[in-house]
Write a protein that binds this ligand. Structure first.
Ligand SMILES: C[C@@]1(CC(=O)O)C2=NC(=C\c3[nH]c(c(CCC(=O)O)c3CC(=O)O)Cc3[nH]c(c(CC(=O)O)c3CCC(=O)O)/C=C3\N/C(=C\2)[C@@H](CCC(=O)O)[C@]3(C)CC(=O)O)/[C@H]1CCC(=O)O
Ligand SMILES: NC(=O)c1ccc[n+]([C@@H]2O[C@H](COP(=O)([O-])OP(=O)(O)OC[C@H]3O[C@@H](n4cnc5c(N)ncnc54)[C@H](O)[C@@H]3O)[C@@H](O)[C@H]2O)c1
Length: 335
C-alpha cells in the first residue's frame, strides 16, 4: 500500500481555461452553436462566428445582436484555413460531416485546439454539463460515455448546492483581496502565513457565516484575526450583532413557519378567549350580592345584571331562570 493516492488513468484533464479576450472561431449557427456561444460569452471570449444567414437559429441571431462588440459574424460557409488564422480555439457545430473533418484537419495543422461537436475522435477537448452559480462553475464530464447522464447528474448536484454558495465565494474573494493588500507579495514566510490563515477561516467559518461578511466585519476579522495570526469565530467578530444576525437567519429559514405558528396561536388564543376568558370575565363582573353572599352568574348578559341589581331579586331570578333554561349554562357560587 502506497501513502499516495491511487491513479485512475483514462480520464480528461478538467481545467478552467481563461478565455478573456482570446479569439475563438465557432463554425455553425444552429442550436448547438447557440449553446457553445453562451459558454464562450460567459468566459468573455472574442468570437468569430462562421455560418450562413439562412440557417441561423433564433438564439444565435439574438446573441449576435446582443453581443455585437464580442461577436464578429461571417455570413458564409467555412472557406478554409484562412478562417482559422489567429484563433486560440476552434469549435464546430455543423451538420456537415465532411466539412467538420476538414476544419479538424486545418486546426490540427495550425496547432489550434478544436472541438467538433458530437465527434469525439475529432476533439482535443470535450464539453461537459455545466453549473454556473456566480463565481462557482462545476463541470460534469463522463469522458464521453453518457452525455445525457452527465446532464442528469448535473441537475442533482445543482439541487445539492447550499443557497449561500455564491455569496460565500464572493465574500471570500473580497476578504482575500483585503488580506493581500495588508500582506502583499508572492511566496516566502508571509505567503505561508497568509495561506494558513485563509485556510483556517474557511475551515472555521460556515458558508453561511462567510456569506454574511460585510466590509466592517471583514476589517474586524483582519484586525483581530490576521494581525494576531489567529482565527476568531463568527460570534467574536460580529459581537452583539450576532443576535440580530441569528434572528435574521432563523427568520429566513423558518419565517414561513413562524408566521404560520403565530397565526395559529392567534386563532387559538382568540377562540380560547371567546370560549373561556370572556365567560370568566363575564361571570366575575356579573355577580350580585344578596344577603352578603356574592352570587356569580355565568353567561349572564348586562341587561339582566342591571335588572337584577335594580329590581326585586326574586323577580329577577325568575327571569334569569327563564332565560337560562333555553340558553346559557350557569353557576352560582358563594365567593
Ligand atoms: C454535456 C454536453 C455539453 C454540451 O455539449 O454542451 C455534451 N453533450 C450534451 C448533450 C447530449 N449529447 C448527446 C445527447 C443525446 C443522448 C445521449 O447520447 O446521451 C445529449 C443529451 C441531450 O441532448 O439532452 C449526443 C451525443 N453527444 C456526443 C455524441 C457522440 C458520441 O458519444 O460518440 C453523441 C451521440 C450522437 C449520436 O448518437 O449520433 C458527444 C459529446 N457530447 C458531449 C457533451 C461531450 C461528452 C460529454 C461527457 O463527457 O459527458 C462529447 C464527447 C463531445 C462534445 O460534444 O463536446 C451536453 C449536455 C448539456 C446539458 O444539458 O447540461
Ligand atoms: N454535443 C451536443 O450536445 C450535441 C447535441 C445535439 C446535436 N449535436 C451535433 O451538433 C451538430 C449541430 O447540431 P445542431 O442541432 O446545431 O444543427 P443544425 O442543423 O441546427 O445547425 C447546423 C448549422 O451549421 C451550419 N453549417 C452547416 N454547414 C456549414 C459549413 N460548412 N460552414 C458553416 N456553417 C455550416 C448551418 O448553416 C446551421 O446553422 C450536429 O452534428 C449534431 O449531431 C451535438
Amino acid at each position: 500500500m502506497s501513502e499516495f493516492p491511487k491513479i485512475t488513468a483514462g480520464g480528461s484533464l478538467l481545467i478552467a481555461w481563461q478565455l478573456t479576450d482570446k479569439r475563438v472561431v465557432l463554425v455553425g449557427g444552429g442550436v448547438v452553436a447557440a449553446s457553445r456561444l453562451v459558454h464562450l460569452l460567459c468566459a468573455d471570449a472574442l468570437v468569430t462566428l462562421i455560418a450562413p444567414a439562412n440557417n441561423l437559429s433564433k438564439e444565435v441571431t439574438h446573441r449576435i445582436n446582443e453581443y455585437a462588440a464580442r461577436i464578429t459574424w461571417k455570413d458564409a460557409l467555412y472557406a478554409g484555413p484562412q478562417d482559422l488564422e489567429g484563433a486560440d480555439m476552434v469549435l464546430t457545430a455543423i451538420d456537415d460531416n465532411e466539412a467538420s473533418i476538414r476544419i479538424w484537419e486545418d486546426a490540427k495543422a495550425l496547432k489550434i485546439p478544436v472541438n467538433v461537436a458530437d465527434v469525439p475522435p475529432n476533439c482535443d477537448f470535450y464539453f461537459g454539463s455545466m453549473i454556473r452559480r456566480g463565481p462557482l462553475q462545476v463541470m460534469v464530464s463522463t469522458g464521453g460515455k453518457g452525455p445525457k447522464l452527465a446532464a442528469m447528474l448535473r441537475e442533482k448536484l445543482e439541487k445539492a448546492l447550499p443557497p449561500e454558495t455564491e455569496q460565500a465565494i464572493d465574500k471570500v474573494g473580497k476578504l482575500r483581496a483585503k488580506l493581500r493588500a495588508r500582506a502583499p507579495g508572492v511566496g516566502g514566510k508571509l505567503g505561508q502565513e497568509r495561506m494558513q490563515w485563509m485556510t483556517g477561516v474557511c475551515e472555521v467559518w460556515s458558508l453561511e457565516d462567510l456569506a454574511d461578511l460585510d466590509e466592517p466585519a471583514m476589517d474586524r476579522l483582519l484586525d483581530a484575526g490576521w494581525e494576531n495570526r489567529r482565527v476568531p469565530d463568527y460570534q467574536t467578530v460580529l459581537g452583539t450583532g450576532v443576535w440580530w444576525k441569528t434572528l435574521q437567519r432563523q427568520w429566513k429559514e423558518d419565517g414561513v413557519r413562524w408566521f404560520a405558528g403565530g397565526l395559529l396561536s392567534g386563532v387559538l388564543l382568540f377562540a380560547l378567549k371567546r370560549r373561556y376568558i370572556d365567560q370568566l370575565n363575564h361571570s366575575f363582573r356579573n355577580y350580585i350580592i344578596y344577603n352578603d353572599t356574592r352570587i356569580l352568574m355565568l353567561s349572564m348578559d348586562w341587561s339582566l345584571r342591571t335588572t337584577l341589581i335594580n329590581s326585586n331579586f326574586a323577580h329577577a331570578v325568575n327571569r334569569w331562570q327563564a332565560r337560562a333554561s333555553h340558553s346559557a349554562s350557569f353557576d352560582m357560587r358563594g365567593v
